[in-house]
Design a protein around this ligand. Structure first.
Ligand code: ATR
Length: 277
């Protein structure tokens, strides 16, 4: 009699040592008493395709992909979800019985779910959103905000052409604001999102003037080290609803775990303590 294989999943990136995904998925596996394992894999860009083609044969049901593989993984996939196509990158791959690769992107979902849990009264349609930054994370944020019926997005980035490129791609509801004017756009915004690394431990400090923040606005920082960034502390003092970035990391993993292991897990306070003590 052959022994039933336990389902395997993991995360591919380079570097990978700091990824919180293994701790997150292993917590849920334990919590739900499920067989399975989730392993970090340090994979160089030139080996991505070879590794991905080998994993289904080795018992993997799927993997998450992180920096620098999110765009290449989308291009290698045999099938791509609509939201991954819209974002232009993948973070979750699952393998069919024939080894075919299905690519999805749950970053935008995680971003919206995090705000909805932390600020249940949030209404994305109530007013314009101000988005700081135009990198990979901004793509997922912009795509999901537009999908959530935000009327307009005011987008600013230190390197303006990158913001212009996103505007060209996502259309007229996105307006580019010059980086030096970033403080002004906060006066109009009912949702504010920092997708830059400013405010993160070891990165530069957040210097944009914040006195334009409106009381009641929802201010979401994707940075989660530290959890309470200067942006969030200032926002709270100004009467805004501050939403930290850890929840996005946790919520984006929910659909991935469900796809890999067949159970939809909960994001609870204990998980937050396990991931960011
Ligand atoms: P991610 O996938 O996290 O979005 P990324 O694609 O490297 O990472 O994007 C990083 C974002 O942070 C960019 O918007 C970047 O601005 P530039 O396009 O001008 O590089 C922004 N960023 C990083 N360091 C910054 C700094 N010191 N000042 C202002 N913006 C910064």
């Amino acid at each position: 009699m052959t022994e039933a294989k336990i389902p395997l999943a993991g995360v591919l990136g380079h570097p990978i040592a700091h990824s919180k995904s293994p701790r997150l998925h292993k917590y849920w596996l334990r919590r739900h008493g499920l067989p399975g394992d989730y392993v970090p894999m340090d994979v160089h860009e030139q080996n991505l395709e070879t590794v991905l083609r080998a994993l289904p044969k080795a018992g993997f049901v799927g993997v998450n992909v992180t920096i620098p593989h999110k765009v290449a993984a989308l291009e290698l996939a045999d099938q791509v979800s609509d939201r991954a196509t819209l974002i232009g990158a993948a973070n979750t791959l699952s393998f069919g019985a024939d080894g075919r690769i299905h690519a999805d992107n749950t970053d935008g979902y995680g971003f919206l779910e995090n705000i909805r849990h932390a600020a249940p009264s949030w209404s994305p349609a109530a007013g314009p959103a101000a988005v700081l930054g135009a990198g990979g994370a901004a793509r997922a944020v912009i795509a999901s905000l537009l999908d959530a019926q935000v009327p307009r997005i005011l987008l600013t980035n230190r390197t303006r052409p990158k913001a212009e490129a996103l505007r060209a791609e996502f259309g007229a509801r996105v307006q580019v604001v010059d980086w030096v004017q970033a403080g002004n756009m906060l006066e109009e915004a009912t949702t504010v999102v920092n997708t830059t690394s400013l405010g993160m431990v070891g990165a530069g400090e957040f210097r944009i003037p914040l006195d334009g923040l409106q009381p009641g606005a929802v201010v979401s920082d994707l940075v989660y080290t530290p959890l309470r960034t200067r942006l969030l502390e200032t926002a709270e003092a100004a009467g805004c609803i501050a939403v930290d970035g850890l929840g996005m990391l946790l919520h984006q993993a929910v659909p991935a775990f469900e796809r890999f292991f067949g159970v939809r897990p909960e994001v609870d306070d204990e998980l937050r303590r396990v991931i960011q003590p």
